[in-house]
Design a protein around this ligand. Structure first.
Ligand SMILES: Cc1ncc(COP(=O)(O)O)c(C=O)c1O
Length: 475
């Protein structure tokens, strides 16, 4: 087993992150605080590259990959990154529609269609603890930015000063750290995501209460289906989360801003959990509860490279009189436009026009297309759970998973980096390790979205064999 390689990985990272050569030059000294602390933790690219060059199976990548014919019967017998079936038809758009700048807040027709899509998703939602509410007067028109990554940057920048804290779980998308900590200079007020096999509600509320002691508002970021675990709340858990947040607003008498990172909205493969965003349950619940929905085309429309995300604020009916609503929306819009204009200026015009054409063909078609990819991924999800349960080792456990693109395997007794290295070198299975002992995280993320269903069992067989090399158990 190659312990050296894991050691080498960390040492290389450490050297790069210290920028020894840059530091010898006046360039480094001249950097701002952000310039000094920022770095690109390219862990995922490193492991994806190793999976490609050393592995037979690549379960590192957070994009859905597969053979084209599995989704489109007339497609090619070629492994591709999946896109919406029939997208090709919309790519031929008149140059004059795409050459100009897009409006700062986004193409108006696209914003209208996305607003209707947000409302539609709310109406279609299943297993929600509350009946759907009429959202029309309770949301702002979505504003468009450069992917959910950018949406997280813009919204946290708008609500928090450097040095302030944001509440988020220990199991989270790795890039949060770059955006929140290194870019925006925030502190992460962490809570353990799970308590046993359930969402750690008391941990989240404690983190909120702690934050409330030092700040005049609390910002919380939640992501369901979750990256890296695939966790989604059950109906009961969702109700408890909402009621506890309402209760916290009432007790603390401070605003709680909830950023709903809905990157994987709709990718839910288990009927025991809520099928759509928590956002729909947070709108109009308490005048101090401020839900903000961050969703977009990257995963929902399989347009990762399109870089289009939408920011929608949930409005409380007590905030303003109904007749003041249009003016209120304009004010919010102007604030966010200021953020967009001063950072990215505006978003990709071409992709917004493509999405306009696509969405104009109606939600029935969109849902049909989405269903094809959801079905494919559901098969892989079910196969992943089945394959995991077909093997057993006391040092491997899986987090509760119900959707998204991944599952997370907790590893006991061995460093996740060492394990991932061993797994790819000896067993040719590439995964993404997440190791942060201080945060009580040590495991590998298995991206079932990029592994064919008939290869998943073999991957799990090898994962368990790899653990057996560290901790042999009699078979
Ligand atoms: C939880 C989560 N949020 C946000 C993103 C980023 O989305 P986008 O590509 O739209 O920036 C990702 C992408 O992997 C993600 O996993």
């Amino acid at each position: 087993m190659n312990l050296n390689a894991a050691f080498h990985y960390w040492v290389t990272l450490l050297i790069i992150m210290n920028f020894p050569l840059l530091q010898q030059t006046p360039v480094f000294e001249s950097f701002s605080d952000v310039g000094k602390r920022i770095f690109h933790p390219n862990g995922i690219f490193y492991w994806a590259n190793r999976a490609k060059t050393e592995g037979e199976y690549n379960a590192t990548i957070g994009s859905a990959f597969g053979i084209e014919t599995d989704m489109i019967p007339t497609g090619r017998d070629k492994k591709i990154v999946y896109s919406m079936p029939g997208l090709q038809k919309y790519l031929n758009i008149e140059p004059e529609r795409v050459a100009s700048y897009a409006p700062v807040a986004g193409v108006s027709a696209f914003r209208d269609l996305w607003e209707a899509w947000v409302i539609k998703k709310g109406e279609m939602a299943r297993n929600m603890p509350y009946p759907p509410i009429l959202l029309h007067d309770l949301i702002t028109k979505p504003q468009i930015c450069n992917g959910i990554t950018n949406a997280i940057f813009l919204t946290t920048r708008m609500f928090l000063n450097p040095g302030e804290s944001i509440v988020c779980p220990n199991k989270r998308w790795g890039n949060y750290d770059a955006v929140l900590k290194y870019q925006n200079g925030l502190k992460l007020s962490l809570f353990d995501f799970f308590k046993g096999k359930e969402f750690n509600l008391s941990g989240m509320i404690e983190a909120i209460e702690k934050c409330a002691k030092i700040q005049d508002k609390i910002v919380l970021i939640l992501n369901f289906p979750n990256n890296p675990t695939g966790y989604c709340p059950t109906t009961l858990e969702a109700r408890n989360i909402v009621e506890s947040l309402v209760d916290a607003c009432e007790r603390l008498q401070k605003p709680i801003i909830i950023l709903c990172d809905d990157a994987y909205e709709g990718f839910v493969f288990n009927n025991a959990v809520i099928s759509n965003s928590l956002f729909y349950m947070l709108v109009n619940r308490h005048h101090l509860l401020i839900p903000i929905k961050l969703d977009g085309a990257s995963k929902e429309m399989l347009m990762y490279g399109g870089r289009i995300a939408c920011i929608t604020l949930g409005i409380h009916s007590s905030w303003i009189k109904p007749e003041e609503l249009p003016a209120f929306r304009k004010e919010w819009e102007n604030k966010l436009q200021g953020m967009i204009r001063s950072t990215i200026s505006n978003s990709n015009h071409f992709i917004q026009e493509i999405l306009v054409e696509y969405l104009k063909d109606g939600f029935v078609k969109l849902l049909e297309d989405q269903n094809k990819i959801h079905e494919l991924l559901k098969i892989r999800y079910e196969e992943t759970i089945r394959a995991f349960n077909a093997f057993s080792h006391p040092n491997i456990s899986i987090d509760p998973a119900a959707g998204g693109f991944f599952v997370f395997l907790n590893l006991n007794g061995v460093s996740a980096t060492t394990f991932a290295d061993h797994l790819v070198v000896k067993y040719k299975v590439g995964t993404f390790p997440n190791e942060n002992l201080e945060e009580k995280v040590n495991g590998i993320r298995f991206a079932f979205c990029s592994v064919a269903a008939n290869q998943i069992e073999e991957c799990f067989k090898r994962i368990f064999q790899a653990m057996n090399d560290f901790f042999p158990i009699s078979s």
